[in-house]
Design a binder for this molecule. Sequence first.
Ligand code: GUN
Length: 285
Amino acid sequence: MTKLIDGKHISALVRQAVAKEVMQLKSQGITPGMAVVIVGDDPASRIYVNNKKKACAEVGIYSEEYALPADTTQEALIALVQELNSRSDIHGILVQSPLPKGLDEKAVVETIDPRKDVDAFHAVNVGKIMIGDFHFLPCTPAGIIELLDRSGIEIEGKRCVVVGRSNIVGKPMAMLLLHRNGTVTICHSRTKQLAEICREADILVAAVGKANFITADMVKPGAVVIDVGMNRNENGKLCGDVDFAAVQEIASYITPVPGGVGPMTIAMLMKNAVSAAKIQNGLSL
Ligand code: GUN
């Protein structure tokens, strides 16, 4: 019988723990503060930013939104990030991606003080993740590890296959599974015999961005299937990368979309914001 991994419930537990930590910090005179920067009017980004602000308010994190017009210059955006870097009441800085055409996202991210980089996108933090010496973990992969841990799923010694090699999900996901002693394979659009490799997985993470990409014939009976996809099907309904109806018949555990990985991303962002406030106040994590 396949067990559904309930990301809504697990993310609520993480947010509860974060709220408790925020209360403790406030009792020491420290209020974690986060700045959320959005440029332009991408509707999906607007929803994400609203959700992040709401999550901050719910756990007691102070947040400020900077909504800039689409024609904002690179210089103005960099100047804003530099100003936020210098503020002692702002511990986390998040620049929502994608940025409008003409803005250099990489340069903007590299301007964020690595200690305030709650997305863990800065090259310094990416490097720290690689060598296993990290304070912040990228939110989606960290959320997936949390889902596995809280579901009692062992990673050590398991065959893990990550499908997708993005800087935000695929690559750091592989690294985190490796740190936990999984045996990891990364697959991508040029991978040959993809189905065969996926079928070897005890833990299969799908981060492709294509609806129904992972079909039942690609899944070993009893595998744990984690679906990072956020796609719209032909009827406009939100769906993941996994053919859920068929795969749930053979997987041991599976994450639904919505209600699986998605809610974990923001919960882990809140956790990173608290870590940032602690680090910047000389407290241990
Ligand atoms: N756009 C889509 N996902 C993310 C994210 O996790 N962080 C930021 N900054 N932008 C995003």
